[in-house]
Design a protein around this ligand. Structure first.
Ligand SMILES: [Ca+2]
Ligand SMILES: [Ca+2]
Ligand SMILES: [Ca+2]
Length: 141
């Protein structure tokens, strides 16, 4: 286990965060509106992920994203969207900001969101037929 002491100083910026007078403004170096301290220390994400076809699950839990990047894992879904699930129509399911393919389904989280599938469910993907997506494929005549 790593000690908790390697928090802010490590990155060599915004070391002035030690003022304990709770700053009302969110200080985010990368502009993702997630406080750097939170990103460095790790953010608890309460999300169950189905990562096999059989339905095996794991909990996301604490993830340390990069305070210098809007999108830590470069999956074209910003950290904030992964942590909050705010771009996900599936009940705001959250995804892993440090892994580009949360459900290990072979499709990046960003692609899943654009395709309207669930990045936290292996069985929901752009390739698998689903009732909601089916409408888009309806051919006229
Ligand atoms: Ca970030
Ligand atoms: Ca991700
Ligand atoms: Ca999926």
């Amino acid at each position: 286990m790593l000690g908790t002491s390697l928090a802010a100083g490590e990155l060599g910026h915004t070391e002035t965060q030690t003022d304990s007078t709770a700053t009302p403004r969110v200080r985010a170096y990368d502009g993702d509106r997630i406080r750097d301290g939170r990103e460095v220390r790790g953010i608890r994400i309460r999300q169950k992920v189905i990562y096999t076809r059989a339905g095996d699950t794991y909990w996301l839990g604490k993830r340390k994203s990069n305070p210098l990047r809007l999108n830590t894992d470069r999956d074209r879904l910003p950290d904030r969207a992964e942590i909050t699930g705010n771009r996900n129509k599936w009940d705001n399911h959250k995804s892993d900001p440090t892994h580009c393919d949360t459900d290990r389904g072979g499709v990046s989280d960003g692609r899943e969101i654009r395709a309207g599938s669930d990045p936290s469910d292996f069985r929901s993907g752009p390739k698998s037929p689903q009732p909601r997506a089916a409408r888009w494929f309806r051919t006229s005549g």
